[in-house]
Design a protein around this ligand. Structure first.
Ligand code: FES
Length: 60
């Protein structure tokens, strides 16, 4: 599924970025570009980051 239409990044692309160490949407953007353009996907990026962390993420 595409999560970032600006760069055509999928949830798998973002999950890979998180697996390689990204823990914020900025870090995901630095690794794969997702979230670095219009920013509309950042909420989804944060959800993917939160889902791959063992501890619960704060709700914003
Ligand atoms: S949809 Fe991801 S930066 Fe625009």
């Amino acid at each position: 599924m595409y999560v970032c239409l600006c760069v055509g990044a999928t949830n798998q692309t973002v999950s890979d970025a998180v697996a390689s160490g990204a823990s914020t949407s900025k870090e995901v953007a630095a690794i794969c570009g997702a979230g670095g353009d219009c920013g509309r996907c950042r909420r989804t990026l944060r959800a993917i980051i939160a889902a791959s962390k063992p501890e619960p993420a704060p709700v914003h």
